[in-house]
Ligand binder design. Sequence first.
Ligand SMILES: [Cu+2]
Length: 113
Amino acid sequence: MMKFGAKLVGGAFLGAALLAGSALAEDASLSLSIKDHRFSPAEIRAPANTAITLTVKNLDKTPEEFESKPLRVEKVIAGGGETTVHIHPLSPGKYRFFGDYHEATAEGFLIVE
Ligand SMILES: [Cu+2]
């Protein structure tokens, strides 16, 4: 009985240590701008299995909505404003995003590799 208890405590301690370790891992920081209703750069790259902090600056005077279905993001950015998008660790792939208010021109891809 005691032996089992000790094992359980040890396991919980290891779990907590692993959680602390992953929380300390560096996020990948990316940034892009919107200008004339286009993303610049229109392709951004990030490492797989890494949390991403993406800063989106809207250099236009009109608002834009940064949206991505595969990334499950939908965020309005005021004209001249910026926002930060937190993206969970991803598998390798090509993830599309777009400006919902100017979808004809505002399109880009996050390439995870
Ligand atoms: Cu939308």
